[in-house]
Design a protein. Structure first.
Length: 398
């Protein structure tokens, strides 16, 4: 019965123009330059930086990591160098990350970003600086921030307290003009001082739909004659930030790219995070690329991989389209795949070639210019047989 159902689903997908690649499918991508990246998160970097007291030690370990990336056939590393309001590099705006050397605001023993850029380029890899613009802390305790952290200074200031929002975590208020200025200046700093190939934002924008986060700013907007409702005003605020970042990058170095990796469901971005990804993808002056996180299998009933990619293909016109892939799901139950269909829920358990087949599928699509894999630690996971076999399959199709 399972095979019959899968065959029927495959037939339906074929009728829709969304074929499901089989293990033997492998074709060269039609794009002359094809981005094959892996996300390296702050907690993956943390395991290296906190174990290295010297630049020489860090260089040795990061070179080993990047060589692994290259050996698989990837050509880009996207490194999370500002996970919160902190930095894995020398900054005049943000303190040294606690994930860098164990204590926020500590001395910068060496510059991880500077070393990573040199190592990546020596190996022929592109490198992108991945930052979270609005997230301040994974904790809700403002006292855990370094005294020099601008978020803590704002929060303890009577007239700037509203620049910071605290719930289960701490965030910057997207509506505060000083926040946008800080984000733009932070990007300017990286592009001016470091030879990165791109600036990369992920899917964190408005942290809440609650009205209290930006009530002060919205009330002022209305009092001054503003006509947009709250939701549209929030989307305009975020879009203005994105556009300002894009412009700042191009003013400094037009060859440096700017990209965003949003959630895969367009309506969620629009309604919950006030991220107008449709506008950014269809109007000039916002992005060089967009990389939705399509973290689903081919038989996911909510967002099946092929049709979700097609939705984005049909949307994106003003920038390049890349696709984020979920290596982390290999060997895992996909709890959100279906309410009752085991072949969908167990797709990543029953098959160790989902990601490699997704890559083969993307290679067939002229309007897709690359993919990003989440994340680095899974590329080197030798304990999980499903993951290690999937990595072998990825290497084979790349």
């Amino acid at each position: 019965m399972k095979k019959i159902i899968i065959c029927l689903l495959s037939f339906v997908l074929l009728l829709c123009g969304c074929s499901v690649p089989q293990p033997s499918d492998s074709v060269d991508p039609p794009n002359a330059v094809y981005v094959r990246s892996v996300w390296i998160s702050y907690f993956e970097l943390e395991s290296i930086t906190t174990s290295c007291d010297t630049a020489k030690d860090f260089e040795k370990k990061i070179k080993s990591a990047f060589k692994k990336v290259k050996s698989i056939g990837l050509n880009t590393v996207t490194v999370q160098v500002r996970p919160c309001a902190d930095a894995f590099y020398k900054s005049d705006y943000f303190p040294v990350s606690k994930y860098c050397f164990g204590l926020q605001g500590s001395e910068l023993k060496y510059d991880p970003l500077e070393i990573m850029i040199a190592v990546a380029h020596d190996l022929g890899l592109r490198i992108e600086a991945w930052i979270n613009p609005y997230r301040v802390s994974q904790s809700a305790d403002i006292n855990e921030l370094a005294d020099g952290n601008v978020a803590k200074q704002w929060y303890n200031s009577k007239d700037k307290k509203s620049n910071v929002y605290i719930s289960e975590k701490i965030y910057f208020n997207p509506a505060a003009p000083e926040v946008t200025e800080l984000i733009v200046n932070g990007v300017r700093e990286i592009v001016s001082n470091y030879a990165v190939d791109a600036i990369h934002f992920d899917d964190y924008f408005y942290p809440t739909t609650n009205k209290d986060i930006d009530k002060k700013e919205y009330d002022e907007y209305i009092e001054n004659g503003g006509k947009l409702n709250l939701s549209n005003w929030r989307r305009e605020t975020v879009s203005n930030m994105v556009k300002a970042v894009y412009s700042a990058i191009k003013e400094i170095n037009s060859t440096v790219l700017f990209g965003i990796s949003p959630q895969s469901k367009i309506s969620t971005n629009y309604n919950s995070q006030y991220a107008d990804v449709e506008r950014w993808s269809t109007e000039e002056g916002f992005l060089d690329y967009i990389c939705p996180q399509v973290y689903f299998g081919f038989y996911n009933e909510v967002q099946p991989f092929a049709s979700t990619v097609k939705t984005w293909q049909d949307l994106v016109t003003s920038c390049k389209l890349y696709i984020g892939l979920p290596l982390y799901k290999s060997g895992q139950e996909d709890k959100f795949a279906s309410s009752d269909q085991s072949y969908a829920i167990n797709e990543f358990i029953d098959n160790n070639d989902i990601i490699s087949r997704q890559i083969s599928y993307l290679y067939q699509l002229e309007r897709v210019g690359g993919f990003y894999i989440f994340s680095f630690s899974y590329l080197t996971d030798k304990k999980n047989n499903s993951v290690s076999q999937e990595v072998k399959n990825i290497k084979a199709v790349i």
